[in-house]
Write a protein that binds this ligand. Structure first.
Ligand SMILES: NC(=O)c1ccc[n+]([C@@H]2O[C@H](COP(=O)([O-])OP(=O)(O)OC[C@H]3O[C@@H](n4cnc5c(N)ncnc54)[C@H](O)[C@@H]3O)[C@@H](O)[C@H]2O)c1
Length: 353
């Protein structure tokens, strides 16, 4: 069996928004100096990583990139020839992409997850290893119907999604639990609210929450497509990846279930931030009242955003000691501005799509 130290950590969707932050975090983490990461993505544009400049240069010899399509079992099986020790399965078409082309959405998001689970099962069994840990990010959009707008969504609330994206996330959650019950993989999943951070891709109905920060940080105006008083559960990307890593590292016996809600930023009154709260935080950061944000409601998008609940993560806190998102809104906006200023080349990547 290969030496654990030289076995890479596989990140599918590794050149994407969350994947790039996760890769840097894993490579820079104290005590991980020997860790290797293996990035798998259909998009070979590495700028979200190389754009970390000196930080990336220091770790680049521990990064391997493999280009490929998750919907091909053959390619995913071949990927496991790199002998990963753990898998973060982040590759997906996001909500806008999956619903614009539901067949592709099904192939990438549903079959792609099945391919990763199946390849992990075959790989683990052939090598007679402990079941491979597969960490998966699901979403608040997996709940859908029967959740009243703004309702606190409990971990075990009913999931009746209305989009191909949501349907595939629920089926991936259930399939992962099945593989787990069979003892084939060590499946662990989180359900994120909207993740905000520099260089997020444009797909998804909640992207305004990122662009309200990113555009002013680049001295560009931004017209939000929701009303000022629209609330949304949002989490800063660094907290999202902390949740992925902490759940990965949690002792098996602490996990009473395999899928966990992760709550986002809360105002002092316990509510999720309104669009106007994001604008205020940007004004504070830029130290001026006019930061170039205007509002023009797109009714359809706005109604969808308003239909989301807010996630209750008490079960993650109880089971594996998740202490909640550490960034409040102002801290998240400050860190976001720093990333835009320090790593502008990462942002260019999203303008390609
Ligand atoms: N961003 C959010 O707000 C959010 C919220 C909840 C869950 N998630 C989940 O987190 C994960 C990462 O999201 P992200 O925001 O980084 O999105 P992203 O679009 O930046 O990253 C997804 C990556 O998957 C890759 N990909 C798409 N189709 C592929 C295919 N057929 N084969 C291989 N790679 C493919 C893309 O090229 C992209 O780099 C996704 O599973 C997403 O559903 C994201």
């Amino acid at each position: 069996m290969a030496d654990e130290n030289t076995m890479p950590i596989l990140i599918t969707g590794g050149t994407g928004f969350i994947g790039s932050y996760l890769a840097m975090k894993l490579l820079e983490k104290e005590g991980n100096e020997d860790d290797q990461v293996l990035l798998f993505d259909c998009n070979p544009d590495m700028r979200r990583l190389t754009g970390f400049n000196e930080r990336y240069k220091k770790v680049s010899d521990r990064v391997t990139f493999v280009q490929g399509d998750l919907s091909s079992l053959e390619l995913v099986l071949a990927l496991f020839e790199h002998k990963p020790k753990s898998v973060f399965h982040l590759g997906a078409l996001l909500s806008a992409g999956a619903d614009a082309n539901p067949t592709l959405g099904f192939q990438v998001d549903t079959l792609g997850t099945r391919n990763v689970l199946e390849a992990a099962r075959i790989y683990g069994q052939r090598r007679n290893m402990d079941p491979v840990r597969v960490i998966f990010p699901s979403t608040i959009a997996s709940f859908g119907l029967f959740i009243a707008a703004g309702q606190k969504v409990k971990n075990e609330d009913i999931q009746v999604p209305t989009t191909m994206y949501g349907v595939s996330k629920v089926s991936s959650e259930r399939l992962g639990e099945y593989y787990q019950r069979k003892g084939w993989v060590d499946f662990r999943a989180v359900r994120f609210p909207s993740v905000v951070g520099a260089a997020r891709g444009p797909g998804g109905t909640t992207v305004y929450s990122t662009l309200m920060i990113q555009q002013p940080a680049q001295n560009k105006p931004y017209e939000a497509y929701v009303a000022k008083d629209t609330r949304l559960d949002i989490i800063y990307v660094e907290d999202a990846i902390s949740a992925l890593i902490q759940l990965h590292d949690a002792p098996k016996q602490s996990l009473k279930r395999r899928v966990y809600n992760i709550a986002g930023i809360r105002n002092s009154d316990g509510q999720a931030p309104q669009a106007s709260d994001i604008e205020t935080a940007v004004q504070q950061e830029m130290k001026k009242p006019d930061v170039g944000i205007t509002y023009k409601v797109n009714q359809q998008l706005s109604d969808t955003v308003r239909s989301f609940g807010v996630l209750d993560d008490s079960v993650a806190r109880e089971d594996w000691g998740w202490t909640g998102a550490s960034s409040g809104l102002q801290k998240a906006v400050n860190a976001f501005f720093d990333d835009v200023k320090n790593y502008p080349d990462r942002i260019k990547a999203i303008e390609l799509y």
